[in-house]
Design a protein around this ligand. Structure first.
Ligand code: PMP
Length: 427
């Protein structure tokens, strides 16, 4: 029965019951962190071969004969660029490999816009007003980058098909101070949705008023399928070529959640014009990326098939965790009408929307009982969720027994917060 349809006495009973369970949980003195989407140790073990790969080798040259122990090869090893090319659908010659973080490459691309500008236009720091579109809920660290540069963030609602393209099209056409748009197009962080073909085509067809506008296409979860019915994402680069809009986009990916977060390989891909512009910057910034790490990734992964089979190993570990999360939500909240959640086909998160005005309370209650979740609001620009309803669940890191306990606690807190709210509204 829906909570809202219950009589006050029934809600009070449900509330007191949840409170009792909550106090029992508190007594257990749990200490569990589900705040960030980190792989668990078992997943990290899958890639231990990366660390072994170089030991068995007496020479350190790549296929072009470059000694990977030395400086040089500004854009990274061709074999590794080939692997990324197959992952994100942009030609290998138009890929620049960075070091261990695609987020750093995104920061750098925003920084370039800020200090030097794009396509010959004035640096953003010299323009009166600079704004970015931020599909929300979205990735908090994207928003942190734009906030750091003082760029005004405009939230755009996320629909089942991706960001609301009616709003994006209208805003970029009428406002030349809009210089960018953050996107996580596949298994989006945190909603888990993949942009529809129509959404991708509409991104490719954008004709922004600002000629120095860039779509930040962060394909962090491009090979992170968790089911037999994986989502498919249309290739934005190819769609842009058809429209002649390829200069509008910067593409990003990394092996952070394939091999090791913080010790993987990151990539930036773009049109020929954009790569030529970015080359100037990269050649000043560094005498070359960490090619030994690229080489050992190549020796371990070999090619895109190697990536796909490694991702099967990740899926084996993660599938049951995601199922557990969704099962507990269904069992404990299913018929109450106080929450909605995603059932993603891949990625790293389950998205939970609780009753408006309850997310902060739920996250606070969980924290008091020893379970740390991502801060409520973090998935919105400036940390402000207008409905105070969105909670990001990151099931990958904790072992299953702990995850089960944490999910049970979370559901208790959702019931507690919703019943408190309804009772106070009716008082
Ligand atoms: N983009 C998204 C959407 C993410 O969720 C994350 C965190 N895993 C990153 C980028 C960070 O990637 P990297 O480790 O390559 O900096």
């Amino acid at each position: 029965m829906k909570l809202a349809a219950m009589r006050n006495e029934e809600i009070r009973k449900l509330h007191d019951n949840a409170l009792g369970q909550y106090e029992d949980f508190k007594a257990l003195k749990l200490k569990l962190n589900m705040a960030r989407g980190k792989p668990c140790a078992k997943q990290l073990d899958l890639a231990l071969g990366v660390l072994e790969a170089l030991r068995a080798r007496s020479e350190f040259a790549n296929s072009d004969g470059d000694d990977c122990r030395n400086y040089g090869v500004w854009n990274g090893l061709p074999e590794m660029r080939g692997i990324f090319s197959a992952m994100i659908g942009v030609p290998a010659e138009q890929i620049i490999l960075g070091n261990n973080s695609s987020l750093q490459m995104m920061f750098d691309c925003v920084s370039k816009g800020y200090t030097h500008g794009y396509s010959g236009y004035a640096p953003w720091c010299k323009q009166d007003s600079v704004k970015f579109l931020c599909p929300a809920p979205g990735y908090d660290r994207h928003f942190a980058v734009t906030e750091y540069f003082g760029i005004e963030m405009i939230p755009v609602p996320m629909l089942k098909t991706g960001p609301d393209m009616d709003i994006i099209e209208r805003l970029v056409q009428e406002d030349e101070t809009i210089k960018g748009c953050w996107c996580v197009p596949k298994y989006s962080n945190p909603t888990g949705i993949t942009y529809s073909d129509e959404t991708v085509r509409r991104f490719a067809s954008l004709h922004p008023a600002a000629k120095d506008f860039r779509i930040m296409w962060d394909n962090a979860y491009c090979v992170h399928d968790l089911t037999d019915t994986p989502d498919t994402l249309l290739n934005l680069y190819e769609e842009c070529l058809k429209q002649g809009t390829e200069d509008n986009v910067l593409f990003f990916a990394s092996t952070s959640k394939i091999s090791f977060p913080g010790a993987g390989v990151a990539a930036l891909a773009a049109s020929k014009n954009n790569i030529a512009e970015l080359k100037e910057r990269f050649n000043v910034q560094t005498i070359g990326p960490d090619k030994l790490n690229q080489l050992r990734h190549i020796l371990f992964l070999h090619d895109i098939d190697g990536v796909r089979s490694l991702m099967q190993g990740h899926r084996k570990i993660l599938e049951s965790k995601f199922k557990l999360v969704v099962d507990v939500l269904e069992k404990e909240l299913g018929d109450l009408g106080i929450a909605k959640w995603s059932e993603p086909n891949g990625g790293y998160f389950v998205n939970l929307d609780v009753m408006n005005g309850c997310a902060k309370r739920v996250v606070g209650l969980c924290k008091e009982a020893g379970v740390i979740l991502t801060d409520a609001g973090a998935t919105y620009p400036y940390g402000q969720d207008p409905n105070d309803s969105n909670i990001r669940i990151a099931p990958t890191f904790p072992p299953e027994e702990e995850l089960a306990g944490a999910m049970h606690l979370l559901c208790i807190c959702v019931r507690l917060a919703a019943s408190e709210k309804l009772l106070s509204e009716r008082a």
